[in-house]
Design a protein around this ligand. Sequence first.
Ligand code: ZN
Ligand code: ZN
Length: 237
Amino acid sequence: MRLAALGITPPALDAVFLTHLHSDHVSDFNDVVTTRWVMSVAEAPLRVVGPPGTAAFVDRTLEMLRDDIGYRIAHHDDLNWQPTCDVTEVDEGTAFEQNTVRVTAAPTDHRPVAPTVGYRFEHDGAAVVLAGDTVPCEGLDRLCAGADVYVQTVVRRSIVESVPMQRFRDILDYHSSTDDALRTASRAAVGTLVYTHCVPPIPAGGEQNLLDEARGQFAGELVIPRDLDVVTVAKRG
Ligand SMILES: [Zn+2]
Ligand SMILES: [Zn+2]
């Protein structure tokens, strides 16, 4: 839905990158597969890049879709192939190369969820890191070193700590807090840090509090975006 809002039609989607297989990160994957498949004019496998375990997850997803696939093939005369995926499992190193885009992966630390990876996307001298859920770790530092943009899923530690339910507080031990993300960003000297997947979510107008909290902790720019916001990479001298 977000890609469609950007004017990107599903068949134009070349590849999907998964950092890990937690449900909140993959529950919409089946919809991407289905929408791209029914909108394509010819069979074209969807490239899927993810940590070891991704191929089995994709197989199970396609199996889950079996009834739906049958309904659609029965309904559309010219749809006579099944959706397929071309899966690459990575834990370290080159994850994807196409034209001038290069993506590298490194292991992250979201245990007991394992294995997990983060990605560094490079194109035309710019580098953007999508970290996924992870605590600060060596692999993350390597991905982030000197990056222009570092996108980190974050939890808001002080609020989560105040919730009187241990099962909720458990999330603190395998996510980066906002302070963790600021420290990783500083260590790596990234240009722009972007918070995403904030837990709990930021109420409308609440961004300023987080910007205030970050003051003095990170020399670059901190961005707290809404869906579909665009982050522009400034050329750094
Ligand atoms: Zn997760
Ligand atoms: Zn998550």
